[in-house]
Design a protein around this ligand. Structure first.
Ligand code: SAM
Length: 204
């Protein structure tokens, strides 16, 4: 068994979101994610005119937030139930589109984005190197990538383990460095009762 204490995608075996439980999960993620979206916007310096990919977008809360700042946004997610919910909740915003896909094989052209956000999803990716190569490919030169995960404690089980310890964030930062990203910063944040860790990186 791998050392879960430092593996950033320790929930890669998750069966995926579908059916009634997937819909409940989608609805539960549709609200209350504003803190992560605001943090992603602040860390990546998002501004009007940015072209954002919200990778693992779920029901689209962060995608809608990015659009509210003037960005055009593509939300990507493998779960049909997430995409259906996201489209329903985003019907009023023409600058957001949603497409089915996974981090490891992004259905997007190279150099098509200025910013990629991955919020609470990297812990589910099946292949971190492949996902990071894809993020690198779709970003333009100077493009910013941020991954944000709930801060979890080593040894946590069940739902409490969905996120990253600081060691898992550090491992992910090292992978970003190995894959050619620069200006890599790992930080811890607290807003109210929620603590998160982030890894911010730039495509040179
Ligand atoms: C906990 S949810 C977070 C959703 C959203 N980013 C948020 O913060 O509300 C994790 C999301 O990652 C998606 N996901 C799982 N594996 C993925 C992969 N390999 N590539 C991209 N997204 C993935 C899931 O379908 C799910 O919507």
């Amino acid at each position: 068994m791998s050392d879960q204490a430092s593996v950033p995608n320790h929930h890669a075996q998750h069966p995926g979101f579908s059916g009634f439980s997937g819909l409940v999960a989608a609805l539960s993620m549709a609200a209350g994610r504003g803190g992560d979206a605001r943090l992603a916007g602040r860390l990546t310096g998002l501004s009007r005119g940015d072209v954002v990919v919200d990778l693992g977008c779920g029901p689209g809360a962060a995608a809608r937030y990015a659009a509210s700042l003037g960005a055009s946004v593509t939300g990507v997610d493998p779960a049909a139930v997430m995409l259906r919910t996201a489209r329903l909740l985003t019907a009023h915003r023409r600058e957001v589109r949603y497409i089915e896909g996974v981090a490891e094989a992004l259905p997007l052209p190279e150099a098509s984005a200025t910013v990629v956000w991955s919020l609470a999803t990297v812990h589910h990716w099946t292949d971190l190197d492949a996902g990071l190569r894809e993020v690198h490919r779709v970003l333009r030169d100077g493009g910013r990538f941020v991954a944000i995960e709930r801060h979890t404690q080593a040894g946590a089980r069940g739902l409490a383990s969905h996120g990253w310890t600081e060691a898992q964030a550090a491992t992910f930062a090292e992978l970003c460095r190995n894959l050619g990203f620069v200006n890599i910063t790992t930080s811890k944040h607290t807003e109210g009762r929620r603590s998160t860790v982030s890894v911010l990186a730039t495509r040179p």
